[in-house]
Write a protein that binds this ligand. Structure first.
Ligand code: GLU
Length: 415
């Protein structure tokens, strides 16, 4: 059976390709590839049955040349150190490409959060924060939600951190609005992906109104990407969540689906569609495919069967590096994660800036500035891809790595 290289290997390969095309020396390569600090902790947590269970937690602080470390905390059974490290690296390139003044980091706890009660998750999160607080800080490292965590998790972190350092809303982003969260932050990852998706559609010679879209994942990224594209006139023909997928080639009513899910339903409860296999969604004949669930869903096993014209990577690394080559060879335009899903961290930057200034923005300002940042990141990537005749992923990494390398040089770490 064909085997894909690991996510960490794939991420390093993308950095190496940029190092080669930018002509960077080996000492610079080492500074770019090595995480600057990593912490591994055992987290004893008293479970509801009275017994103590020890969880494994990580924070990989990859690079802070451009500003404080920034990136989410993931609660997932696969969130081991290698995985967390690869995701931390992606954050460095994402913040650089979006040109927000942060570095990159990621946190992870090996746990299936659906198997813990709310009070167990509360205790786990506070323990994680107490084990990490000395390497976090408004000007040091600012966590955010990721898979398996949400605004409530951020509220617990802020509260635990505040019990030591005093009230500090800027210690996390993606918080509840009541605690200093930003309007528009929850929708920003999907909105940003939609903005980028529309640019790619227009560059392909079409329009959103004439395009069909399939979205894998109806969570933080997928639901708002589907909604924004629906509002732009695109026909969303298929969506999925962990429990199943649905298809209607005449188009799904996304606002109705959002209402259904907000009332506790799953996408499979939607009546006006056919049930579809989750894997089959990825192989649908559509103009735009948005894998917005989890990594490695398109691998060498299924890459040759993908029929979309454009893939917008809503999730981090949904395509393995080996599959990426097959898709690029087939002429599919892949909009890479570090561009497509940067909307979350861009809005995190706005949230952090509001917290630091103790001044709240209106939603209209958040969305306007988000769209501007996303369009600028698309423009610089597209210009580079056109100039070098390269894929959008290669161009995005070239821009991001050159920006980080430049600040490393100015700080005189190298050269
Ligand atoms: N977890 C999100 C990501 O992967 C957001 C990170 C942040 O806002 O710091 O981009």
């Amino acid at each position: 059976m064909a085997h894909d290289s690991s996510m960490l290997d794939g991420t390093i390969a993308s950095i190496d390709a940029a190092v080669r095309s930018l002509g960077l020396e080996d000492d610079m390569r080492q500074v770019l590839v090595e995480p600057w600090r990593e912490i591994q902790v055992g987290l004893p947590v008293r479970m509801d049955d009275g017994k103590v269970r020890v969880f494994h937690g990580y924070r990989s602080q990859h690079n802070a040349a451009r500003g404080p470390y920034k990136g989410g905390i993931r609660y997932h059974p696969n969130a081991d150190l290698d995985h967390t490290r690869a995701l931390g690296m992606l954050m460095t390139w994402k913040t650089a490409l979006a040109d927000v003044p942060f570095g990159g980091a990621k946190g992870g706890v090996i746990v299936d959060p659906r198997k813990l009660s709310t009070s167990e998750l509360n205790r786990l999160t506070r323990r994680y924060t107490m084990s990490m607080h000395h390497v976090l800080g408004v000007n040091r490292d600012i966590p955010a939600p990721d898979l398996g965590t949400n605004a409530q998790t951020m509220a617990w972190i802020m509260d635990a951190y505040g019990s030591i350092h005093g009230h500090t809303p800027g210690i996390v982003t993606g918080k509840p609005i009541e605690l200093g969260g930003s309007l528009g932050r929850a929708e920003a990852p999907g909105r940003g992906a939609a903005v980028i998706g529309c640019r790619a559609i227009v560059d392909s010679g079409s329009t959103p109104g004439a395009s069909t879209v399939a979205v894998q994942g109806f969570g933080a990224v997928g639901a708002s990407a589907a909604r924004t594209l629906f509002d732009d006139g695109a026909k969303i023909i298929a969506v999925s969540d962990v429990d199943g997928a649905i298809l209607n080639t005449s188009g799904l009513d996304i606002p109705a689906l959002e209402r259904l899910v907000s009332e506790g339903g799953t996408v499979s409860d939607y009546a006006d569609a056919d049930a579809l296999d989750n894997d089959a969604l990825l192989l649908l004949d559509c103009d735009v495919l948005i894998p917005a669930a989890i990594e490695d869903v398109i691998s060498v096993q299924n890459a040759s069967d993908v029929r979309a014209g454009i893939i917008v990577e809503g999730a981090n690394r949904p395509i393995t590096s080996d599959a990426d080559e097959i898709l690029v060879e087939a002429g599919i335009n892949i909009i890479p994660d570090i561009l497509a899903n940067a909307g979350g961290v861009v809005a995190s930057y706005f949230e952090w800036a509001q917290n630091v200034q103790v001044f709240n923005w209106e939603l209209e300002r958040v969305n306007r500035e988000l769209d501007k940042k996303m369009n600028e990141a698309y423009d610089v990537t597209k210009a580079r891809a056109d100039k070098n005749g390269s894929s959008m992923r290669k161009a995005a990494f070239d821009v991001a790595v050159s920006r980080v390398a430049e600040t490393i040089k100015i700080r005189s770490y190298v050269g």
